[in-house]
Design a protein around this ligand. Structure first.
Ligand SMILES: O=C(O)CCC(=O)C(=O)O
Ligand SMILES: [Fe+2]
Length: 268
């Protein structure tokens, strides 16, 4: 066992979540398949949670805040479709973000993210052979901050799976809402009717009540989701652990600029 793996015992609740146990892994895989989402409450212990909240607060001043308008499919507008077509419907996202290079080297977030045990667990649950960190200095671990009124608008993810760890929950709002299998990208089904029903409030999404310390695995490629506006002065703080199914992948420079306000060229 490496030091990182030894450290993991002091970070993750391995008694409740034996992440190297094949039966446990299988049960996680099944739950993710069935629900499209897997939540593991108290994944990290209370001491670690306190430490990580503190660390996130200390580094919040470094956050790059951006407000953007985008469609639910995270693409450019399609001018061949009418402006009022649901494909072209615009929503707002506004949040702050700090990047891997802005998180201390000795942060427990880096111990978790880089741990072989953790990566093997995730890979099996999401049915990937292996998972790899990003090659650029920004994208692997991000902390998102949503202050009063900030939100993440309805969208489908580009990635096959997402892994998040909630650190701090606002007094109200900041709720994760989703609709399982709204579209089927593989079958070219854009899900216009379902998307439209949600947007026009003819159908209700599923709400996920997540407490701080919870690890969430989510398949957001075909399930539209959003985070409702934060209400009140307590910031929603959430860690995103991002991996690829192939090594050596960087986020494009233009995406770096959009998400982080700078590119890897700026820090050389
Ligand atoms: O903040 C969350 O809980 C979800 C984040 C999300 O959907 C995303 O980053 O794509
Ligand atoms: Fe998402």
């Amino acid at each position: 066992m490496t030091n990182i793996e030894l450290d993991l015992k002091q970070i993750i609740n391995l008694k409740q979540y034996p992440i190297d146990n094949e039966i446990f892994i299988r049960s996680c895989e099944n739950e993710l398949d069935q629900k499209g989402v897997l939540t593991l409450p108290n994944f990290i212990n209370n001491q670690t949670l306190l430490e990580l909240v503190n660390e996130a607060k200390v580094n919040q001043f470094k956050a790059y805040y951006a407000k953007s308008t985008h469609n639910i499919y995270l693409t450019e507008i399609d001018n061949k479709l009418p402006p009022d077509h649901i494909f072209n419907y615009q929503v707002v996202s506004s949040k702050g973000c700090i990047t891997t290079d802005q998180i201390p080297e000795n942060s427990k977030l880096k111990s978790i993210y880089g741990s072989t045990l953790f990566k093997n667990f995730l890979a099996k649950v999401v049915k990937e052979k292996n998972i790899y960190e990003y090659s650029d200095p920004f994208s692997s671990i991000n902390i998102h901050y949503a202050n009063d009124t900030q939100e993440l608008g309805w969208h489908f993810d580009n990635s096959n799976f997402a892994i998040t760890l909630l650190l701090q929950k606002p007094k109200a709002g900041g709720e994760f809402e989703y609709v399982k299998n709204t579209r089927n990208l593989e079958k070219n089904d854009m899900g216009y009717n379902s998307v439209s029903e949600i947007i026009h409030q003819k159908k209700n999404p599923t709400k996920l009540d997540i407490q701080p310390g919870t690890l969430v695995l989510f398949r957001g490629k075909n399930s539209m989701h959003r985070v409702t506006p934060t209400i009140g002065e307590t910031t929603r703080m959430l860690v995103v652990f991002a991996y690829n199914s192939k090594p050596g992948i960087s986020l494009s420079k233009s995406a770096q600029k959009t998400f982080f306000g700078r590119t890897s060229d700026d820090i050389k």
